[in-house]
Design a protein around this ligand. Structure first.
Ligand SMILES: NC(=O)c1ccc[n+]([C@@H]2O[C@H](COP(=O)([O-])OP(=O)(O)OC[C@H]3O[C@@H](n4cnc5c(N)ncnc54)[C@H](OP(=O)(O)O)[C@@H]3O)[C@@H](O)[C@H]2O)c1
Length: 206
């Protein structure tokens, strides 16, 4: 049975991915900040991505995974510092610790955002956009090393999705975004390593 880890499975897209992979028969591990299971019958680990000790515990306790998807992120109502701590430092630290701990044998994705695409611009993209742009930069910096460890990694824009973060006017349901992300992960090959992809499998400009 293949094993997947969804980092940030309490709600939104993360919970949708947990439910989908469980329904598809995968061995599913996820993380929540409380450590409580999000409901589905899955192994749940306690993790706030800003806590290095909890990241180290996760990298020790999670099994070797075929697929890891880092979903946890924050958008509105947070300081710029918190946004960078969660969306950049936390996301990269979790992925690096899992790779260093030999817990990823296959594919890894980090959910980023189209709002972090600079497209050559130098002005601020707002706190959230700047944090996702910084995540993309750090991903591109580390991707060669991750590839040398045998990991195929990409950043994925999940679409604009009806979650607490995306709001009720977003065009995509969680199920539509999850369907796309699961399909992108299934098709991901070594040629895709280091790419910025969309939930429906297109290349996104940096
Ligand atoms: N929705 C969209 O339209 C959209 C568009 C582009 C990109 N994205 C990206 O997609 C990802 C998921 O978005 P979403 O819409 O599903 O968001 P959401 O519904 O707001 O859920 C955010 C998730 O991140 C977790 N989280 C927040 N801070 C955390 C921390 N410090 N440590 C660990 N987990 C933390 C939350 O856990 P708690 O329940 O404990 O708060 C929750 O599980 C995010 O990275 C977001 O930036 C979303």
């Amino acid at each position: 049975m293949a094993t997947v880890l969804i980092v940030g499975g309490s709600r939104g897209i993360g919970l949708g991915l947990v439910e989908r992979y469980a329904a598809d028969g995968w061995s599913v591990h996820t993380t929540t900040r409380s450590g409580e299971s999000p409901g589905a019958a899955v192994e749940t680990h306690r993790l706030d991505v800003r806590e290095p000790d909890q990241i180290a515990d996760l990298a020790r306790s999670v099994p070797v995974c075929d697929v890891v998807i880092h979903v946890a992120g924050v958008y509105q109502g947070r300081s710029r510092a918190e946004m960078f701590a969660v969306n950049v430092t936390g996301a990269i630290a979790v992925c690096q610790a899992l790779i260093d701990g030999g817990r990823v044998v296959g594919k890894l994705a980090i959910l980023t955002s189209q709002m972090g695409a600079r497209r050559g611009r130098t002005e601020s993209l707002g706190d959230y956009g700047d944090s996702k742009a910084a995540l993309n930069d750090e991903f591109r910096r580390r991707a060669p090393g991750w590839g040398e460890r045998g990991v195929t990694a990409a950043v994925i824009h999940p679409g604009w999705v009806r979650t607490e973060m995306g709001g009720s006017s977003a065009p995509l349901s969680v199920e539509e975004s999850v369907d796309g992300i699961v399909s992108v992960m299934a098709k991901l090959t070594a040629q895709d390593h280091g790419r910025f992809l969309t939930w429906d499998g297109r290349d996104h400009p940096w």
